[in-house]
Structure formats: structure tokens, C-alpha cells
Design a protein around this ligand. Structure first.
Ligand code: COA
Length: 332
């Protein structure tokens, strides 16, 4: 039996920073309000000519270099994104494979919003365990600034740009393996967080022609409540299924949407502060990039050691959700 192991992590954040003070000039808000309600101080914004694939490539290059796996051995790329370079096609994953000069790899995008990285991880795990692939590069990359309405104070304060990537590879050693991944969805709540225009659902609508057609719209307050409930339930279920106590988790890496959501979930699960990874303050919500960017922060601060158990927990538009029990297993 082959298992799937997370070998390496990498991330990229664009150099331009958008502060709360700068947003306060653009919409009717304040640094104090944003920090109090979200915990966010700043977010990174991609340059005009910097695409989602460019950020994905930067993160992927770091993850590939750290993996110890020859680039020729990568046989699949999965890119999770809701802000692809191009609407419909080509996929951002194929553009990333070309920019990385990886030939003949299976490459495709998935759309699971902020749960995208956990979904991509589950796909990599399934392909590897079935024996179809051996070394999978997964990327969560977002240029959310391209689909954010900077006249809407309810959303523009939340989102930022960035990318994260990980290399997942086959192993026979069960102690290195990703333990379990749970994913789910409920389309009944589709209208909580969506880009309502621009797709086939509005193809004959004049709105679809407007530049703002792909902007995100959100029912923030309702989303908040469902997020806390779902994220908590997710974790309880995956820990119980695998007979693992929350004290055994070294790093709880939740989707970084809002500090108050993360604190509410951490409290409900009785997690200690030192277990909870927080990056929302400096990146805001980067959707599918949020979890790998957070793991990368732990890694680069020297606090992610081989064998340590991570619990990933995500929630996003769709609605989608997912959790994963993942030991960090770099090649020895
Ligand atoms: N600055 C100042 N005031 C703002 C504001 C802003 N940026 N955004 C909203 N407000 C105002 C509202 O207009 C409202 O004013 P009113 O009482 O006069 O009507 C008041 O603040 C409260 O609005 P509400 O929407 O209830 O605020 P909130 O405490 O729920 O915070 C969010 C708003 C968006 C920060 C919060 O709902 C949230 O984070 N939701 C989850 C979003 C999320 O995680 N999405 C991604 C999921 S992957």
C-alpha cells in the first residue's frame, strides 16, 4: 500500500502592502474598526502585471526546492483558485506547469474557494494512494484584488493576494502519511459568498458585460456564524474518527478569514494559544492560499519540525469545508 506524505511547503506574498489606513481613505472605515472586527492590519496586493499563476510559480519553486524531489518526477499539478488567470480556460495549473517547465504533467484547477487547498490535498492523496501518481505539486494561489469591489467596505477590508504550494509524494512508511482528510459542501448556502455575475448563469444579463461582473459579494454576518459552527464541527469529527485528542495537535492551521472566527473555534475546541497558527493580521483572507501561507510561516520561523502533527481546517464559498490531519514529513 502506498501512502501520501507532505514533503515540503512554500509561499509567496506580493511586495505591495495595503494597510487599513489606506483602505480608510478608499471607503468609510477605520483601522480601529477593521482590527476590532477582523484582526487584520494589512494585506498584500499583486502588481497589475502579476498574475495568479506568477504567484503560484513563486510559491511552487520554493516548495520544489525544499522537497528534495527531482522536478522531472512531478507527475501532477493541482491548482486551487477562485481567481484564475483566465476565465474558463486555459487552467492556471497548465500555465504554472509551463512556467515551471514541467512537461507532460497532468494539470488542472479546482474551485472550492477557501477550502481549495484542503480539497487539492485530498485529490493528491487519492491519486497517490491509488497508485496513479507519485509526486503531486499542489498550489493555492489567489489574486483576490482582481475580484474585490473596493467600494464595498463589507468585503474589501478582508481580502488579500498570495500563494502557497506543497509537494506531496508517495511513501511506504505509514508513520509519514497524511492520516485523514474530510471534505464536504452544502450548496443551499451558495448565496452567502459568491460572484453572482459573469458566468453562464448571467450570460444574457447586461451586468455580465460590466467590469465589475466578477466581484465578490458576501453576507458577512451570516457567513460568520456558519463558519464558526462548521469549522468547529469539522475538527470534532476528524479528531473523533481518528481517535486523536486535540492536545496531540502541534499546529492547528485554520483558514485565516477573521481573528474572531479563529478564536471562537479555538475556544470551542479548548486549544491552547500556542497550538493555533495566526497569520490573518498580515495577509488578510487569501482564500485557497491562506492555509499553505500559514504553514509556510510556521516553517520559516523554524517551528515546524519533522513528524509534528498539523490539523488543517477550512471553510469557504460554496459552501465548502474540509479538515486534514497531516504530519510534516520532509524527505530524510
Ligand atoms: N467599516 C466600518 N463599518 C462597517 C464595515 C467597515 N469595513 N463593514 C461593515 N460595517 C458596519 C455595517 O454597515 C453595520 O453598520 P450598521 O450597524 O449601521 O448597519 C455594522 O458595521 C455591523 O455590520 P456587520 O456586518 O454586522 O459587522 P460584523 O461584526 O459582522 O463584521 C465582517 C463584518 C464582514 C467583518 C464579519 O461579518 C465577517 O468577518 N464575516 C465573515 C466573513 C468571512 O469570513 N468570509 C470569508 C469566509 S471564507
Amino acid at each position: 500500500m502506498m501512502y501520501a506524505a507532505l514533503r515540503s511547503i512554500g509561499a509567496y506574498a506580493p511586495s505591495k502592502i495595503l494597510t487599513n489606513e489606506e483602505l480608510s481613505v478608499m471607503v468609510d472605515t477605520s483601522d480601529e474598526w477593521i482590527i476590532k472586527r477582523t484582526g487584520i492590519k494589512e494585506r498584500h496586493i499583486a502588481a497589475k502585471d502579476e498574475f495568479t499563476s506568477d504567484m503560484g510559480v513563486s510559491a511552487a519553486n520554493i516548495a520544489l526546492d525544499r522537497s528534495g524531489i527531482n522536478r522531472d518526477e512531478i507527475d501532477m499539478i493541482v491548482c486551487a483558485t477562485i481567481s484564475p488567470d483566465y476565465f474558463c480556460m486555459p487552467s492556471t495549473a497548465t500555465i504554472i506547469s509551463h512556467k515551471l517547465d514541467l512537461k507532460n504533467v497532468t494539470a488542472f484547477d479546482i474551485s472550492a474557494a477557501c477550502t481549495g487547498f484542503v480539497y487539492a490535498l485530498s485529490i493528491a492523496k487519492a491519486f497517490i494512494e491509488s497508485g496513479m501518481k507519485k509526486n503531486v505539486l499542489i498550489v493555492g494561489a489567489e489574486k483576490l484584488s482582481a475580484i474585490t469591489d473596493y467600494t464595498d467596505r463589507g468585503t474589501c477590508i478582508l481580502f488579500g493576494d498570495g500563494a502557497g504550494a506543497a509537494v506531496i509524494s508517495a511513501t511506504k512508511d505509514k508513520s509519514e502519511a497524511i492520516i485523514d482528510i474530510h471534505t464536504g459542501s452544502d450548496g443551499e448556502y451558495a448565496d452567502l459568498l459568491m460572484t453572482p455575475n459573469g458566468g453562464s448563469g448571467s450570460a444574457h444579463d447586461s451586468l455580465a458585460q460590466e467590469a465589475s461582473s466578477c466581484f465578490m459579494q458576501m453576507k458577512g454576518n451570516e457567513t460568520f456564524k456558519v463558519a464558526v459552527r462548521t469549522l468547529t464541527k469539522d475538527v470534532e469529527e476528524i479528531l473523533e474518527t481518528n481517535n486523536i485528542d486535540s492536545s496531540e495537535i502541534k499546529h492547528f492551521v485554520p483558514h485565516q478569514a477573521n481573528l474572531r472566527i479563529i478564536k471562537a473555534v479555538g475556544d470551542a475546541l479548548k486549544l491552547k494559544d500556542e497550538q493555533v497558527v495566526l497569520t490573518v493580521e498580515k495577509y488578510g483572507n487569501t482564500s485557497s492560499a491562506s492555509i499553505p501561507m500559514a504553514i509556510n510561516d510556521v516553517y520559516e520561523s523554524g517551528n515546524l519540525k519533522a513528524g509534528e502533527l498539523m490539523l488543517l481546517d477550512a471553510f469557504g464559498g460554496g459552501l465548502t469545508w474540509g479538515s486534514a490531519l497531516v504530519p510534516f514529513s520532509p524527505l530524510k
